[in-house]
Design a protein around this ligand. Sequence first.
Ligand SMILES: Nc1ncnc2c1ncn2[C@@H]1O[C@H](COP(=O)(O)OP(=O)(O)OP(=O)(O)O)[C@@H](O)[C@H]1O
Ligand SMILES: [Mg+2]
Length: 254
Amino acid sequence: MKPLLEVKNVTVRFGGVLALDDVSLEVRPGEFLSMIGPNGAGKTTLMRVVTGTVKPVSARIRLDGRDITMLPTHQRARLGLALTHQIVRPFRSMTLLDNVTLAAGHHRIGRVIRALTAVDRSAEREQARKYLELVGIAEAAEKSVLGRPLGVVKRLEVARALALEPKVLLLDEPLAGLNTAEAARLADTVAEINRGGLTVVMIEHNLGEVLRVSRRLAVLDNGRKIADGDPGAVMRDPAVRAAYLGKEYQDAAA
Ligand SMILES: Nc1ncnc2c1ncn2[C@@H]1O[C@H](COP(=O)(O)OP(=O)(O)OP(=O)(O)O)[C@@H](O)[C@H]1O
Ligand SMILES: [Mg+2]
């Protein structure tokens, strides 16, 4: 099958740091790919090159056959890339519903000011409510983000990304900070969204959930991709065990 997202030869430098060293990754339609690797491996940076917020030394990015390498972030978003952030940043004084409606309006209209005036548009609100339902937080739709528990805010991030009607949903540590039960529930929600047909790329440190829900695993270490494939096979790979698990064990022992 032709790849939906093609990321080729990405190299990124931050001053003296080689954050990514010639990393390539292909994502096929309908896949659920998880990306793991130690802190600082370059996972977030790779996603930011894909969405266009980090400028690489070299890279070639194709979405659905179209070369998007030179396009600005908002055009990439409109063509179907949505990224949730490791540090969540919704509009805290707004309601959940307004947050998602704004995302839907922004996508359609392309200008934030016009999107804001469109907050009351009923079609967009209805869509927004549907996404809140999909991620399981519709009952809190009219509440402001302030004071919501992290589990709800994390789900809101996913709903806002869905409102962009992406071809590929990129999630950066959606489970971070959640307790075991919440993490499992949100992982289930993401898996359900994927089964509905949406292609998912998830960066995540929660290895238990990653192995439970994803169907392919890529491992970054120190700016390089060291493994990519069936999750079981990847976890048995000696290079992965040495680089990834080795560090985890060292951390645990420290
Ligand atoms: N804006 C930036 N300016 C300078 N250095 C950066 C910047 N963003 C990332 N880096 C560096 O690039 C490397 C890769 O960072 P990145 O955030 O992509 O790692 P990560 O795999 O997402 O890590 P984590 O699991 O901790 O989120 C690190 O050495 C980091 O310090
Ligand atoms: Mg990161």
